[in-house]
Structures are given as structure tokens and as C-alpha cells.
Design a protein around this ligand. Structure first.
Ligand code: PGA
Ligand code: ZN
Length: 418
């Protein structure tokens, strides 16, 4: 009785993996507590809510301290009531008064407090089922764009995922083997090689196509040696390339300038030449029609909207109307609270749009997204390949699989592509 009632709430400013400030929140009930923190993006969509409040974290927390007492006495089981309180306390559409840093960390801390009070894992609190499917990690291997500050390839991410791993341990290991082999190959091909970007992906100046060749070579090596099969993914993050005034995509380090039709051809050629199965944000965030063109050509592959949707259900509805994508990136801090996020996920799944849960480039040690991906059957979890704040999520998947034993399997959607 009353075990799940909120008795205390505490916020503090902490640092993310880039060294930027964010918020960690602790919510306590009579018997347990929940702690969560909020990550931050660098290549953000203009449709995301604000992460950091306009008046700054310290002042916003002072304001929040005045009103947060009202959460005490609420039932942590009632996530909707807690989230509605938070949204009302902020009072703006884009969370400019409190920011996702405060609102999301509190929202997730509440879910964790509820789960811990009931002594159930977070994924079970998100969705109570008898059987779960673990996501396959989609690992960032070579990174560029805004995450490398112009010191690497122009596109943001070249990713891989393993299609024939027997369990989550193997799936994580497979990506790491490719990551390590890519470093070896790059060391022999790129005299400047050695650096990593914000997500711990390798950076290189050899260009997009040569980087893809390196990835292919590493994949072949790992396949021949260990028997793991892979598919390649790309996050173009095309909004960062888009010049709205000139209506062209600018690949600055390779000095390539493409109009929209040329971008469609460039992306299609990459898909065919390198058998790219996963492609995220190939066009800028308002280009619903070009996404549709691409999906129309490659219905079998995953065409995914990140900046296009910003995890926002209204944006997703626009995408469904236009038949723009068959996948949507799910990043909790893009919308700022769990209730809104769950609404987007449910709408996506009801309309056969595959949700792909993702980290941000500025991460904390919070492992919540591993639970989220497991709960909603996200076939892939985009959370890097190595690095403390990335590996923490991957290691959490290992713990989840151990907990579930035979009640979990790797997502079979991925096996289809083996
Ligand atoms: P971000 O990048 O976290 O810097 O926004 C990740 C992505 O675009 O997928
Ligand atoms: Zn993205």
C-alpha cells in the first residue's frame, strides 16, 4: 500500500560525455528510488524541444524547486499525471522554460522509481509482456559531419549491424571486431589517422567512398575469421549539409555540391554500390517528398527519419501521409517526456513504421534506452560501438538478456537480412 507514492525529488547538474552540463533527477518513493539524466544532441532537428532552458540550467532549477513539491504525493505509477504536471510547469510547446534536461530526467526518474518500488525491471514497467525481443546494436564505426567538426567525412555516420549473431553478446562483439579492424586498415591508408569523434567513431579524411571500402574490407575480414555477417547503415544527417538559400547539399571536405535530384541519385548509387540496408536522414528535415521518392525505390530497405520527425507524432503523421519512410528514430529528449514519446511509438507501430531507439552524441551513463528498445521491440539500438557512455547501454543489454534467459531472443527482423 502506498509503496509507489512519490515522497521526494532531487535534481542536480551533472556533465555529459562532451563535458556539457545537463540534469540528473532522483525520485524517491517509500521503498525505492529512480535516477535518470538527460543526453544532448549536436546535429539537432529544428523540430526538437529545447534541451537547455533559455534562462540557463541553474536558474531554471531554482524555479523548478519552487514548484516540484507538488509532485510529492502523486503516484509514480501514474506516468501520465506526472508528465502532464511537468509539461504544465514548463508551460511552453518547446519546453523553453525548464528544458528537456529537467523535464525528461524527471519523467524517466519517475518511471524508474515506480519500477523499482514494484521490484520489476524498467523494460517490464514500460511494457509488460511474457516474451521480449532484444535489439541488435547498430554501431557507429566511422563518423563525420558535426560530430567531427569538419575534420572527417562529410556524412555523419557509417554504421554496421550483425545479421547472424546467436545472442546479444555476439552481436555486440561482432561490431567491436569490425571497429577494431577498421582502425587497423585506416592506419595503413590514412597518414593522419588516429582520432575519434563525439560518439567514439573513427574519424578519417579519406572520403565517403574510400571509407565505405574500408568498412567492406573489415566486414569481410571479420566474416571470414569469425563467421559474422553484417549489413551497412548510413546516417547522412543531410540537414547539416543542406544550404537552404542555394537549395543544394554541400559536401564541404570533398567539395561536392548537389541539387536535390543529384542528391537522390548520389544516395541511390551509394545504396546499390555498397548494399546499404539502413539509411537515415538522406535528405534535409523538410524534404518529405524526396524521402518518399527514395522509399518508393527501396521499399525493402530501412529508410529512417530522424531530424525529419524529431520523435514528434505530428511530424510522423505528415511522413505517413507522404509515405516518406518506413522507420523513425526514437530519441526521448527530442520530445522531452515519456508520455509524448510513447504516443509517437504507438502511432508508428500502428502504422507499420519501425521505431529505432537511439542515443545522442552527448550522452550520460544512463542506460534507460536499452530498456526502452527491449520493451518496444526496436529491432536495432543505435548506441555506438565503444566508449563508456555507449558501452554502458550495450552492457545493460547483456544484463537484460541474462535476466530474461530463454524469454528473450534477438530481434528476428534482422535475421531476414542474413
Ligand atoms: P545528435 O546526432 O545526437 O548529435 O543529434 C545523432 C543523430 O543524428 O542520429
Ligand atoms: Zn541521425
Amino acid at each position: 500500500m502506498d509503496l509507489t507514492i512519490i515522497q521526494g525529488i532531487n535534481n542536480r547538474i551533472i556533465f555529459d560525455s562532451r563535458g556539457d552540463q545537463t540534469v540528473e533527477t532522483k525520485i524517491e518513493t517509500k521503498v525505492a528510488k529512480g535516477v535518470s539524466s538527460c543526453p544532448a544532441g549536436a546535429s539537432k532537428s529544428s523540430y526538437e524541444v529545447q534541451n537547455i532552458p533559455t534562462i540557463g540550467l541553474r536558474k531554471a532549477l531554482d524555479n523548478f524547486n519552487e514548484i516540484k513539491k507538488k509532485l510529492i504525493g502523486m503516484d509514480s505509477l501514474n506516468q501520465k499525471e506526472v508528465d502532464e504536471f511537468l509539461l504544465k510547469a514548463d508551460g511552453t510547446q518547446n519546453l523553453s522554460n525548464l528544458g528537456a534536461a529537467i523535464v525528461l530526467s524527471t519523467s524517466i526518474a519517475n518511471l524508474k522509481a515506480a519500477a523499482n518500488s514494484l521490484k520489476i525491471p524498467y523494460f517490464k514497467k514500460i511494457k509488460d509482456k511474457d516474451f521480449y525481443k532484444l535489439p541488435v546494436p547498430l554501431g557507429n564505426i566511422i563518423g563525420g559531419g558535426k560530430h567531427a567538426k569538419g575534420k572527417s567525412i562529410d556524412i555523419q555516420e557509417i554504421l554496421v549491424f550483425c545479421t547472424n549473431a546467436n545472442d546479444i553478446f555476439e552481436a555486440i562483439l561482432a561490431n567491436i571486431l569490425v571497429y577494431k579492424k577498421v582502425a587497423e586498415i585506416l592506419a595503413s591508408k590514412d597518414p593522419n589517422f588516429g582520432g575519434k569523434n563525439d560518439e567514439n567513431a573513427w574519424i578519417t579524411t579519406i572520403g565517403i567512398k574510400k571509407s565505405l571500402e574500408v568498412i567492406k574490407e573489415a566486414i569481410k575480414y571479420v566474416r571470414d575469421k569469425e563467421g559474422f555477417n553484417f549489413k551497412i547503415g548510413l546516417d547522412i544527417a543531410a540537414s547539416s549539409l543542406w544550404n537552404e538559400k542555394k537549395k543544394v547539399y554541400e559536401y564541404r571536405t570533398e567539395a561536392i555540391v548537389l541539387n536535390e535530384e543529384q542528391q537522390l541519385k548520389f544516395i541511390s548509387d551509394l545504396i546499390e554500390e555498397y548494399d546499404i540496408w539502413y539509411i537515415e536522414d538522406p535528405f534535409h528535415e523538410n524534404s518529405f517528398s524526396y524521402f518518399s521518392e527514395l522509399l518508393n525505390r527501396y521499399k525493402e530497405r530501412l529508410i529512417v527519419g530522424d531530424d525529419l520527425y524529431a520523435s514528434n507524432v505530428l511530424r510522423l503523421k505528415e511522413g505517413i501521409k507522404n509515405k516518406s519512410t518506413n522507420g523513425i528514430i526514437i530519441k526521448p529528449n527530442q520530445v522531452g517526456c515519456l508520455t509524448k514519446l510513447f504516443e509517437t511509438i504507438e502511432y508508428a507501430q500502428n502504422n507499420n513504421i519501425i521505431p529505432i531507439v537511439s542515443h545522442r552524441s552527448g550522452e550520460t551513463e544512463d542506460t534507460f534506452i536499452a530498456h526502452l528498445a527491449t520493451a518496444i521491440e526496436s529491432p536495432l539500438l543505435k548506441t555506438g560501438t565503444v566508449g563508456g557512455e555507449r558501452i554502458s547501454k550495450l552492457n545493460e543489454l547483456i544484463r537484460i538478456s541474462e535476466f530474461l534467459k530463454e524469454k528473450a531472443n534477438i530481434n528476428d527482423l534482422i535475421r531476414k537480412f542474413n
